[in-house]
Design a binder for this molecule. Structure first.
Ligand code: MN
Length: 227
């Protein structure tokens, strides 16, 4: 029984490694969080305040396939560590932040770079470049109880077996606890929220047929085919 006026959309969830599913509420993404990537995008890597944009919960896609999206000819890969929250709140302290984390997953912040570039140039929002269908492929969500809190270790993206992006989680300008604390000053965080923590240098275009692999040291990898 429900009193919804129309058919209710399917609740969004992603698989947890081993067992069960994680229900998704919101998706926050940090921009330019590795110095070498900030430089390659034409910015100064100084520690300015972080900035965030959002993707839609149903942009997260655990299917292992990424359909090349419409209205673009320059879709880029951005390999990122995803952080999934089991609880939240406001004004969370850096010291308390990790107690809100349920687990971690390798993910991709796929980007229509040409559309993002036009939006930047015109001072417009980024959603058209960032928040499109299936724009956030995500691997198995691995609970803190089995993987701890990875704060160092290699993050690598390979395309067809060739390394394209490479960095270390310890190169993040804003660390995971700082991102949680910062976001909670502006938004009310809650269970089901997912944070994409930024990408190392080496972003670049993908083509249909490419096999992408994101590995984060200590986590099971994400493998995605561009279709
Ligand atoms: Mn990104």
């Amino acid at each position: 029984m429900s009193d919804f006026a129309i058919a209710a959309p399917t609740p969004v969830s992603i698989p947890v490694a081993g067992d069960g599913r994680f229900p998704v509420r919101r998706v926050y993404c940090i921009g330019r969080n590795y110095a070498a990537h900030a430089v390659e995008m034409g910015h100064d890597p100084d520690r300015e305040p972080p900035f965030f944009f959002q993707k839609n919960p149903d942009n997260l896609d655990p299917s292992g396939e990424f359909p090349y999206p419409p209205k673009t000819s320059d879709v880029h890969h951005e390999a990122e560590l995803a952080v999934a929250l089991k609880s939240g709140g406001t004004n969370i302290s850096v010291g308390d932040a990790l107690s809100h984390v349920f687990g971690y997953a390798p993910a991709l912040d796929m980007t229509r770079r040409d559309l993002q570039g036009e939006a930047k140039k015109m001072g417009r929002p980024w959603e058209i470049g960032k928040a499109f269908e299936r724009s956030a492929p995500i691997g198995p969500l691995q609970p803190v109880s089995s993987v701890g809190h990875p704060d160092s270790g290699r993050i690598v993206l390979k395309v067809n077996g060739e390394t394209r992006q490479e960095g270390d989680l310890n190169q993040m300008i804003w660390k995971v606890p700082e991102m949680i604390a910062y976001l909670s000053d502006y938004f009310e965080l809650a269970s089901g929220d997912v944070i994409l923590s930024g990408t190392p240098a080496g972003v670049g275009p993908v083509q249909r047929g490419d096999a992408l692999e994101v590995t984060v040291e200590g986590l099971e990898p994400l493998r995605v085919t561009v279709v």
